[in-house]
Design a protein around this ligand. Structure first.
Ligand code: NAP
Length: 323
């Protein structure tokens, strides 16, 4: 595609925020392309079950992702399986560079690159990744049927994934650094009522160990109050201590908060006109599938207004009589 054939809108990332933006953009008749390096759906494909998508009491994460992708496809949304390596903002048009070496341009860009699991950064975490250390219960839980696992964290992800693991594993320990969970009340109650789950309060892992050439066999836990350590035999460690924003391709000049999340206005627009940020990448109060989808809708509608205004201004300028 040449510069003259710019898209109206490029969406970077195909999770719930990006796919919803795609649906709204196509309905607004914007010439749109969505770039996604992995499978559609983002983080939700890692969820066993989603229970808070309005109108659907319970749905598998992968199924919900497929529904969203199919919905966007029904409007003819162009999706490219490529990686964005850089975004260069321009005054009139923004350029998005792809890993293939190709560059595409658009009047508006929606960044929906989401976040990635945060790491503990303790000895053994990287060494034994895939050999007992995991960041995805739905992907790897199957390998721990009848075994003992430890989940690290006290948020919604840690508790939700523990409940999933408790259906497969012999024993699930949740090691949490405080004496109260951060997770929502309903999840807390379910974990407390599950006799297969034991919560280890005020505990943080300081090292993950494995037998020579073997998989994970134990974790050294530290008591956050006394500082004492002890070893717990486990077969697997699932780490859910939050996310960090995938902000690598966010162009310079866009303001980030101290944690690296993009700061936007109520339209999800960044400091650079025509560049929007949505979903888990954006600074916001609640990171839920429904709020990601809402961001996508807002940003697509705002993009449509931005693009129409740009085109109308350009047309007016062209009609000015030559002096
Ligand atoms: P989160 O809410 O940020 O929770 C992270 C947990 O890990 C906290 O309990 C935190 O402890 C602990 N933690 C952080 N750093 C740690 C460290 N270095 N060592 C030990 N523990 C550490 O992250 P999340 O659970 O991944 O959830 C992310 C967002 O997605 C949240 O907004 C959540 O509500 C949402 N979410 C929603 C659902 C749902 O609605 N079904 C499911 C999953 C996620 P402290 O509590 O002491 O800070």
């Amino acid at each position: 595609m040449s510069q003259a054939e710019a898209y109206d809108l490029i969406i970077v990332g195909g999770g719930p925020a990006g796919l919803t933006a795609g649906i709204y953009a196509m309905r607004a008749a914007l010439k749109t392309v969505l770039i996604e390096k992995g499978p559609a759906g983002g983080q939700i494909v890692l969820s066993d079950e989603v229970e808070n998508w309005p109108g659907t009491e319970r749905i598998g994460g992968t199924e919900l992702a497929m529904n969203m992708a199919n919905h966007a496809d029904s409007y003819g949304l162009e999706v490219r399986n490529q990686e964005v390596v850089a975004i260069e903002p321009g005054l009139d048009i923004h350029t998005v560079r792809l890993d293939s070496g190709e560059s595409i341009t658009a009047h508006a860009v929606i960044l929906s690159t989401g976040g990635s699991p945060r790491q503990l950064n303790i000895p053994g975490e990287n060494e034994f990744y895939g050999k007992g250390v995991s960041y995805c219960a739905v992907c790897d839980g199957f390998f721990f049927r009848g075994k003992t696992v430890m989940v690290i964290g006290g948020g919604d992800s840690a508790v939700e994934e523990s409940l999933y693991l408790a259906k497969l594993a012999k024993r699930v320990y949740i090691a949490h650094r405080r004496d109260a969970l951060r997770a929502s009340r309903i999840l807390q109650q379910r974990a407390m009522n599950d006799c297969n789950i034991e919560i280890l309060w005020n505990s943080v892992p300081v090292e993950i160990h494995a037998a020579p050439e073997g998989p994970v066999d134990r974790v050294t836990l530290k008591d956050t109050r006394s500082g004492e350590t002890r070893e717990m035999p486990v077969d697997g460690v699932f780490i859910f201590i939050g996310f960090q924003p995938n902000n690598a391709v966010v162009p310079a000049g866009i303001k980030l908060n101290a944690q690296g999340y993009v700061i936007t206005d109520a339209k999800c627009e960044t400091d650079i006109p025509g560049i929007f940020a949505v979903g888990d990448l954006r600074e916001k109060y609640a990171r839920q599938i429904v709020t990601a989808a809402a961001d996508g809708a807002v940003a697509a509608l705002a993009s449509a207004h931005f693009v129409e205004t740009k085109k109308a201004t350009a047309a007016d300028t062209c009609e000015l009589p030559v002096q």
